[in-house]
Design a protein around this ligand. Structure first.
Ligand code: DGL
Length: 282
């Protein structure tokens, strides 16, 4: 592990394990980059919360990542992007941000039936970002939506293929398939971890669109445009942090991203995010 002093990472954050679906893709495409991942599992799920509360969490996590030397921040959470991306860009004008937006553009461009599905959280559907993407890219296309209530919690528990996870996805996807969707957009970064189940339920005619590869490409472009990309000679380090149960996250990592890693704890004290690594024994 690199020393804290020389660690100059890309910061990546989410409410929980969802951001790991984006981190995994950044790691695949940009293996030399050091990554610092924050999962705000003390507050997961973000989806049913108010946009202003999610914005407050996002601002403080950004402050924390910057204090740890982050040179670019990936908001690896559709809900936080809906609630806070524009605000973060204004509040931290020196910092490059890459966020998530529902991949409605490729779905609308590729549809043959003229009907596409989107799975995302309630807050994402409420945000301006979602409405502007639909307005800009999905004119003339019917967009069916579902909030998959309870699915984020299932994935947080590592229940990637249990009867309850299946029930939630069947309830969301069956009506979409009956209406003739030919693509389903994953508008929440947790959902790529249940792609096998989604594909099984939706059937082979339905394309499942995960935006993570496009987001990782955008990270590469932003690094290049600012001359921030690391030379490809070394493999970057990854540090995982959670405001929740670090042992549980550590146990889940290999199943979710095929790599193990040490996870440290972070602590919310009021609206401040504190790094107590030096003071708290594991
Ligand atoms: N992974 C997140 C997203 O992309 C947040 C899910 C949640 O916390 O509700 O929206």
């Amino acid at each position: 592990m690199k020393s804290w002093a020389t660690f100059s990472p890309i910061g990546v954050f989410d409410s929980g394990v969802g951001g790991l679906s984006v981190l995994r893709e950044i790691r695949r495409q940009l293996p030399a980059e050091d990554l610092l991942f924050v999962a705000d599992q003390a507050h997961v799920p973000y989806g049913p919360r108010s946009l202003s509360q999610v914005r407050d969490f996002s601002r403080e996590i950004t402050n924390y990542l910057l204090s740890r030397g982050a040179r670019l921040i990936v908001v690896a959470c559709n809900t936080a992007s809906a609630a806070a991306l524009r605000y973060l860009r204004e509040a931290f004008p020196e910092t490059p941000f890459v966020g998530m937006e529902p991949a409605i553009k490729p779905a609308a461009e590729g549809t043959r039936s003229g009907i596409v599905g989107v799975l995302a959280t309630p807050a994402t559907f409420q945000g301006e970002l979602y409405n502007s993407v639909v307005e800009r890219f999905a004119r003339g296309v019917t967009v069916l939506t579902d909030t998959c209530d309870g699915l984020v919690a299932q994935i947080e528990r590592g229940e990637l293929d249990t009867p309850e996870t299946r029930r939630i996805l069947e309830k969301a996807l069956r009506p979409m398939v009956e209406h003739g969707v030919d693509s389903v957009v994953l508008g929440c970064t947790h959902y790529p971890f249940v792609i096998p189940l989604i594909e099984e339920i939706a059937g082979p005619e339905v394309e499942v669109i995960d935006p993570a590869p496009a987001v990782a490409r955008q990270v590469g472009r932003v690094l290049d445009s600012r001359g921030l990309r690391k030379p490809e000679s070394t493999l970057g380090a990854v540090q995982y942090l959670t405001t929740g149960d670090h042992a549980k996250l550590s146990a889940l990592l290999p199943r979710l991203i095929g790599e193990s890693g040490q996870v440290e704890r972070l602590y919310w004290e009021g609206c401040k995010l504190l790094d107590t690594i030096a003071k708290v024994s594991p």
